[in-house]
Design a protein. Structure first.
Length: 133
């Protein structure tokens, strides 16, 4: 099922991709997507699956730390898509935001190919934590 999903989502035919995203949303496939991401080794396929997390409109609240780890992946596209997922999750609690910040150390960002976006994410989280009672 994962192979077929990747084919649909990676299709250059927008109708096929939209059908795949609609299927994910209708089936509330959060756990299926997370499993598929964990089991996929091919970087391009993993990036497609991570992108589907935000493109599908599913709510990945409670899974932020998975995406924080993916945001630190050295593959630029996996990192970019994971940061986008984190940006779209609403209502992350303060403890989770702090746990993500703990992963975004200066050392982990120093030589990262996506350093600028990760730095923006870090700054955004620091601001949200400061605003959260």
């Amino acid at each position: 099922a994962v192979k077929q999903l990747i084919e649909l989502l990676g299709s250059h035919n927008s109708e096929h991709k939209d059908a795949g995203l609609e299927l994910l949303k209708n089936e509330k496939s959060i756990h299926f997507l997370l499993e598929a991401i964990a089991e996929t080794d091919h970087k391009n396929e993993k990036a497609i699956l991570v992108a589907a997390c935000w493109e599908s409109g599913l709510d990945f609240k409670g899974h932020e730390l998975i995406f924080a780890d993916l945001a630190l992946d050295n593959d630029l596209f996996i990192s970019l898509e994971a940061i986008t997922v984190l940006d779209t999750i609403e209502g992350t609690n303060k403890a989770t935001m702090q746990a993500i910040l703990d992963k975004l150390t200066d050392k982990s960002l120093a030589k990262h190919p996506n350093k600028d976006m990760l730095s923006d994410l870090k700054q955004s989280l620091e601001e949200k934590i400061a605003e959260t009672p």
